[in-house]
Design a protein around this ligand. Structure first.
Ligand SMILES: Nc1ncnc2c1ncn2[C@@H]1O[C@H](COP(=O)(O)OP(=O)(O)OP(=O)(O)O)[C@@H](O)[C@H]1O
Ligand SMILES: [Mg+2]
Length: 271
């Protein structure tokens, strides 16, 4: 089976000026390779600042202007460049952005969702998506500032998945949601995968990721320090990197034994 998304040796760096004209290169992601087959949920887990959002933005071709990307990204076996990503985004490829600030503050929810389309079919599809996340049609009449954080997040998710995407990139989709809603939303990602989509789930929450993931990539400071299957997390001895072990130990069901093993220590490379 051909992967829906295939990433080979992806590196992302930034050029920054310091003290006037002196330039500095900041290496964020290094040599990342990742494949997601149809039907798979791939989780990328890592702490804050490890490069998770950059990965999402790199795939979608929306990195900041001072960035540099190397390596190869293939979607359906063909190079996914900026132009193609732009064409597919919002149709075949859906991004669930990390920040709810991606909503336009001056536009009511309804028109933002329908994106100019006025036909009954589109409206029904989006209404069904909203309803799926417990949001009634009255939500369409609200401005983003009238939504709670959790509601805004559910609007973003509904908006992303209403078009039945083949590739879902969910960047930290659950903060601000109660446990039950978070679990339901992840369950829905699982369903999308079971129907044939590829899902990239970006999160710092290993425990939630393990409820639906088929493969787990652990990021530390831009480097892939572990690739594991969910089964590997049943036994800490099957995990290799100290940071992954620390994540495992910090899971509530593992009884907060974090003190017994070493912290992330020397796993991070040269930063
Ligand atoms: N425009 C930029 N210029 C320079 N460095 C940047 C830029 N954007 C991001 N970075 C750096 O890249 C690194 C990774 O950032 P990224 O947003 O991908 O982290 P993250 O894993 O998504 O974190 P979080 O869990 O907090 O969302 C950070 O160290 C950040 O400072
Ligand atoms: Mg992020």
């Amino acid at each position: 089976m051909e992967p829906i998304l295939k990433i080979r040796n992806l590196s992302i760096s930034f050029k920054q000026y310091e003290k006037g004209t002196k330039q500095r290169k900041i290496q964020t992601i290094r040599n990342l390779s990742l494949e997601i087959l149809p039907g798979q949920v791939a989780a990328v887990v890592g702490e804050s600042g490890s490069g998770k959002s950059l990965l999402a933005h790199g795939i979608l071709g929306i990195l900041p202007y001072n960035s540099q990307m190397k390596g190869e990204i293939l979607y359906d076996g063909r190079t996914l460049d900026k132009k193609r990503a732009e064409e597919l985004r919002g149709r075949e490829i859906a991004l669930i952005p990390q920040g709810v600030s991606w909503l336009d503050p001056l536009m009511k929810v309804g028109p933002q969702l329908f994106k100019g389309k006025k036909d009954a079919q589109t409206k029904t599809r989006y209404r069904e998506a909203l309803a799926r996340y417990g949001l009634g049609p009255e939500t369409e009449e609200l401005y983003p500032f009238e939504l709670s954080g959790g509601m805004a997040r559910r609007v973003l998710i509904a908006s992303a998945v209403a078009e039945k995407p083949r590739l879902v990139i969910a960047d930290e989709p659950t903060p601000g949601l109660d446990e039950r809603t978070a679990v339901r939303i992840l369950g829905h990602f699982r369903e999308l995968a079971d129907e044939g989509a590829a899902v990239l789930l970006i999160t710092h929450d290993l425990r939630l990721a393990l409820t639906i993931a088929d493969q787990v990539t652990v990021f530390y400071n831009g480097e892939t320090i572990e690739k594991a299957s969910p089964e590997d997390f049943q036994d800490i001895r099957r995990l290799k990197a100290p940071f992954t072990k620390a994540l495992w130990t910090a899971m509530p069901e593992h009884d907060f034994k974090a003190a017994e093993i070493e912290g992330p220590g020397d796993v991070g490379g040269d930063a």
